[in-house]
Design a protein around this ligand. Structure first.
Ligand SMILES: Nc1ncnc2c1ncn2[C@@H]1O[C@H](COP(=O)(O)OP(=O)(O)O)[C@@H](O)[C@H]1O
Ligand SMILES: [Mg+2]
Length: 269
């Protein structure tokens, strides 16, 4: 087993990145029976809080920043259930940049620390998902350098690709500057506002920008229940819960198809 590493990207806040990274990890682990590690690279720790709340953990002891400081992430892996592990983040992680500049000389060393430290973990997992803050920063640089794929979130109600577009030009920059080797797994439309529908103009522009095959045919709709889970944790009690799970299960299935296609292409060269 060697994990495929996937970062969920968009340089804008509040577009559903964290929800998508948590829920795809969750469905892969609990329904598809895959071994999954979710890495929280956001000092706000929203993904960590949501996961912890979902399984009734009310105190997180060791966080990702402890791992970076020890030069070893294995000791900060939290077991969530049989298939899902979490490397949690907390506000202390805000000093990541200071730590990097103090301890590593070159840009390249600074932005590849995560990549280096997850290497020994990869054999334990099928997938590693990384949740990042919406900024161009040492967090997102490290996540980008460590990842094989990016799942780009598209705000499907906005009349702009802002956030998704910035992400792609930044990918190009990181490729040119540091030989970042990351493929776009796909572009996932997410509807964050109530009563909204997918803006077709945005999707068409996304198709032009990213290529036809790359835009997901599944859409994450606005679901109040997803917001409620911020407070209750992820549930599976009634038909609203099941509908929310169904949404992400469909996304995971489409991801599987896309990953299989990439693998096939790779084997053909
Ligand atoms: N599909 C959705 N429907 C309704 N609310 C959502 C949906 N996805 C996310 N949210 C809510 O929107 C807010 C921002 O989502 P989040 O995943 O934290 O975004 P980001 O990580 O991009 O900042 C959260 O309160 C979350 O619960
Ligand atoms: Mg987030």
């Amino acid at each position: 087993m060697t994990a495929k590493t996937i970062v969920v990207g968009n340089f804008k806040g509040g577009v559903g990145k964290t929800k998508v990274s948590v829920m795809t990890s969750w469905e892969y682990a609990t329904v598809h029976n895959k071994k999954v590690l979710l890495i929280d690279m956001d000092p706000q720790g929203n993904a960590s809080t949501l996961i912890a709340r979902s399984v009734g953990i009310d105190k997180i002891e060791k966080t990702i920043f402890d791992g970076f400081q020890d030069g070893n992430l294995e000791n900060v892996v939290m077991k969530i259930n049989d298939n899902l592990d979490l490397i949690p983040a907390a506000v202390s992680f805000k000093n990541f940049s200071k730590f990097l500049y103090k301890n590593f000389e070159t840009d390249l060393e600074q932005i590849t620390l995560l990549k280096t430290l997850i290497e020994p973990l990869k054999e334990n997992y099928d997938y590693i998902f990384i949740d990042v803050p919406p900024t161009i920063s040492d967090y997102s640089d490290n996540a980008m350098m460590a990842s094989d794929y990016v799942l780009i979130i598209l705000q499907a109600q906005e009349l702009s690709l802002e956030g998704a577009e910035t992400y792609v030009s930044y990918l190009q920059f990181m490729h040119d500057e540091y030989e970042a080797d990351i493929q776009v797994l796909g572009v996932l439309p997410v509807l964050l506002r109530a009563g909204g529908r997918v803006d077709q103009t945005t999707v068409i522009r996304a198709t032009e920008l990213f290529g036809e095959d790359n835009v997901f045919s599944n859409v994450v709709k606005h679901l109040e229940r997803l917001k409620a889970w911020d407070i209750t944790g992820i549930r599976n009690d009634d038909h609203h819960d099941r509908k929310a799970h169904q949404t992400f299960l469909a996304v995971v299935e489409e991801m599987e198809d896309k990953l299989a296609r990439f693998e096939e292409e790779e084997n053909n060269v």
